[in-house]
Design a protein around this ligand. Structure first.
Ligand code: GLN
Ligand code: ZN
Length: 804
């Protein structure tokens, strides 16, 4: 029999129960027992649900109070010194019962710097989990790091699952992935050298799990889809040879991409099974099945096919999936397992909650619960020897031709039929395919990706019009989102106030924002984005082709969840989206007001994207919509327009050799959005990060007149990128760290600018914060901006003194 399993279930809860409980605990409104009750209830509910749906093996250890990488870190006892964690006794890998325990407040202090008990301390760094929008806490590695089993969490949860009587598979992050994701602190060293100290703890964990009667353990090693140095590849062999001694079945799970050059390595590892992402990995799953079925290498390994997309929300084409599974089944028989491609952490929990959603569109989608149904259905279909509609039978299937196995199982038949009609309805829907959008896309030509003149000439016309001083000052777009602003937005949504009242309230906010900026003396003003709750959602709601869920929450980090929009069809812009607000702001001042838009790549990367056409095509559709907005802003008399591309970098493919193609179509999309304006209209872009060196040429190719970037947190280190590459246009290195409540002094800001001046010509430099100010308060922002303007004056004065 083909077995079905799951790599991980979303833990936040369909009603975000975990979020609420966590935040109440942090506010000291509930105690630890109450928080743990919530956790237990969620785990039990999720096991019950997966079990009832018919999965054979359920994940344990996929639940987390904050982050699964942090769970692994605490399990290994890798607690940075500043958290003041002292353990007594000496680590002894052979001793299976003793272990010090990391308590929950220490855990939360590592995650967020504070907890109901214990002193506030600098939290661990957070970064994105591969190419998802989930953030994990980065392990800190010191050359003298010691490891010891320091958490019973996994064993406790296993006991819980066993008491519930479900059949389980504990989940761990593999030692190599854990080390790879870690960051060296203190003296520099090769983090791979810690492996021999980490492995004994893993061995202890495996033995302990085995002693509890566990049959299978899932070990996640997603780094196998990355470009790995040879030493790391070699380490996989020694690591898994060593873990094999524990004599328990390990399922090595990889996901988020193809294994490519690591495929043979993985197939040869001494593990009992491997899981591959059959969605992103394409035909590689077939190659793996062939390798595993070959005599000699056939050590009876299980191949788990991640056949249902764990990264997107579309209903699986079950016919197509089954057709792909036949040859695998023919090769491997019951050594084939089925699962979603990766943990379901990255999709919303349940479509059932979307009552308000149009029934047709709802039928196109599958969230975590529905994806499990799909995996189970595919397993049952294989086991029943069911044939798909195109009549092809797996060679193993003995069912007489002409007789459909589906008929014997009505629920199966229904699911396959629903999947089929969903596909047909999507294919034919006018909400998906709109000929006018396709026509426009086909008409995109060279002239649409090119400004009229080269940068130098544009800069001259822009300066003639804008007459900006040296070191012009500006901000990134948003100003504090006050409770008053959030209040009127909520009232509008709930129908408590009329749209006119809302518009009036926002206009007052804009006017206030303009007054404050004039008082501070900034050179290029913004309207403050009071009308936006989110930089992608705002545009998605105004564009055609987007769908919003009521409860489609996906964990971003800790208790933070986002509700990504779903791009269901061709994108277009029915009416202007920002023009009225910006025009109003501009009417209040003689200073230039910068129009503020979110770029096509960022809108794409922060949404669930349709899977029936290349992402590049969807991106170009969005770009054309933004282009129209840019031109309308220009026509409304706006001379400076910023197009944010906060998420361009995070969309980079996991493999280096796919970067160029990605950068080519993303840069092209940006240029389509930006290049429909006159020479004397100044285009800005903003990016929220500092790792620039490896994509700087693509960033320059976007051909923006001004780029503002993050840099204060990294103490202007990002400017190294500009050492070897002479960036053609203007740059605003962020010199005010808006992520902190601290107000920088003018001297600090000027000192940061001095570092910039050392590498970049003063005529190219702007002075600005490193991101939007929406999370700050006016009390913090006002003095900070006064100092920023003060720093600009100092810079100008000292420059003229030096220069003339
Ligand atoms: N214009 C946006 C703002 O200021 C940019 C946000 C971002 O880069 N994440 O809020
Ligand atoms: Zn930013």
């Amino acid at each position: 029999m083909v077995r079905t399993h799951n790599l991980g279930f979303p833990r936040i809860g369909v009603a975000r129960e975990l979020k609420k409980s966590l935040e109440a605990y942090w506010r000291k409104e509930v105690d630890e027992d109450s928080l743990r009750d919530t956790g237990r209830a969620l785990r039990q509910r999720h096991w019950r649900l997966q079990h009832d749906k018919g999965l054979d093996l359920l994940p344990v250890g996929d639940f987390s109070y904050y982050d699964q990488v942090l769970d692994m870190t605490t399990m290994l006892g890798a607690i940075p010194e500043r958290f003041g964690w002292l353990t007594t006794g000496s680590p002894d890998a052979a001793e299976l019962t003793w272990s010090p325990e990391v308590d929950i407040d220490l855990y939360f202090r590592m995650a967020r710097g504070r907890a109901p008990s214990g002193a506030a301390v600098e939290a661990c760094e957070m970064t994105k989990w591969f190419d998802t929008n989930y953030h994990f806490l980065v392990p800190e590695l010191r050359h003298d790091q010691q490891f010891q089993l320091s958490s019973t969490r996994l064993f406790d949860e296993l006991d819980e699952a066993q008491r519930q009587g479900v059949s389980t598979k504990p989940v761990l992050i593999g030692p190599l992935t854990w080390l790879w994701l870690g960051k060296v602190k203190g003296r520099d060293f090769d983090r791979l050298s810690l492996l021999e100290r980490v492995l004994p703890v893993y061995q202890t964990i495996l033995q302990r799990l085995k002693s509890r009667g566990v049959n299978w353990i899932q070990i996640d090693e997603p780094i196998l889809v990355l470009d790995l140095p040879e030493a790391w590849r070699a380490a996989f062999k020694t690591t898994y040879a060593s873990l094999a001694k524990a004599d328990v079945n390990c399922l090595l799970a990889t996901y988020f991409g193809a294994l490519e050059d690591n495929l043979e390595l993985v197939c040869d590892l001494p593990v009992a099974g491997i899981h591959l992402d059959a969605v992103r990995g394409g035909d590689e799953i077939l190659a793996a099945a062939q390798l595993l079925s070959k005599a000699g290498s056939a050590d009876g390994k299980i191949l788990s096919a991640g056949i249902v997309d764990g990264r997107n929300v579309w209903r699986t084409d079950l016919d197509a999936a089954l057709t792909r599974l036949y040859p695998l089944h023919a090769l491997l028989g019951e050594r084939l397992w089925l699962a979603p491609s990766c943990s379901l952490l990255h999709v919303p929990v349940d479509l059932e909650g979307e009552l308000a959603m149009d029934a047709e569109v709802r039928g196109w989608l599958a969230f975590a619960c529905q994806k499990i149904d799909e995996v189970v259905a595919l397993g049952r279909a294989l086991n029943a020897g069911v044939r798909t509609r195109d009549g092809r039978l797996g060679t193993e299937h003995r069912r007489p031709a002409g007789e459909s196995g589906l008929a014997e199982n009505p629920t199966l038949t229904a699911l396959f039929a629903q999947a089929r009609s969903a596909r047909q309805s999507r294919d034919a829907s006018t909400r998906v395919h709109r000929p006018e959008v396709g026509k426009r896309l086909a008409g995109v030509a060279e002239e649409h990706i090119q400004r009229h003149s080269a940068y130098a000439e544009r800069a001259r016309s822009q300066q003639a019009r804008l007459k900006l001083p040296l070191f012009p000052t500006t901000t990134i777009g948003s100003f504090p989102q006050t409770p008053a602003i959030r209040g009127v937005r909520r009232q509008l949504k709930q129908g408590e106030i009329k749209p006119e009242v809302y518009v009036q309230a926002i206009k007052e906010e804009i006017a206030q924002c303009i007054r404050e900026q004039e008082a501070v003396g900034l050179d290029v003003l913004v309207h403050g984005e009071a009308e936006r709750n989110d930089m992608v959602e705002y545009f998605g709601e105004l564009l055609d082709g987007f769908l919003f869920t009521a409860n489609g929450w996906v964990q971003s980090y800790g208790s933070r969840c986002v509700k990504p929009p779903i791009i269901i069809g061709d994108v277009s812009r029915p009416t202007p989206m920002t023009v009225a607000w910006i025009r109003y702001a501009q009417s209040l001042t003689d200073k230039p007001v910068k129009g503020m838009l979110t770029g096509p790549v960022t809108i794409l990367n922060w949404s669930f994207v349709r899977d029936d056409q290349p992402r590049s095509e969807t991106c170009l559709q969005i770009a054309l919509a933004i282009r129209d907005e840019v031109r309308d802003l220009e026509a409304a008399g706006i001379n400076v327009i910023q197009i944010d591309e906060a998420a361009l970098r995070e969309g980079l493919p996991l493999r280096r050799r796919h970067w160029q193609a990605y950068l080519a179509w993303t840069v092209r999309a940006f240029r389509v959005a930006a290049s429909g304006v006159r020479d004397d209209t100044q285009i800005h872009t903003h990016m929220c990060y500092s790792e620039f060196n490896d994509i700087i040429e693509a960033v320059a190719a976007m051909d923006a007149d001004v780029i503002t970037i993050e840099s204060s947190r990294s103490d202007m280190r990002l400017l190294k990128a500009f050492e070897d590459f002479s960036y053609p246009s203007q740059i605003g290195p962020g010199v005010y760290d808006i992520h902190s409540p601290n107000v920088p002094s003018a001297a600090e800001i000027a000192a940061r600018m001095d570092k910039a001046v050392a590498l970049i010509a003063p005529q190219q430099l702007w002075i600005n914060p490193d991101c939007g100010l929406k999370t700050r308060t006016w009390d913090e922002v006002k003095p900070a901006l006064i100092n920023l303007v003060g720093a600009a004056e100092q810079m100008r004065a000292s420059y003229f003194k030096r220069g003339e």
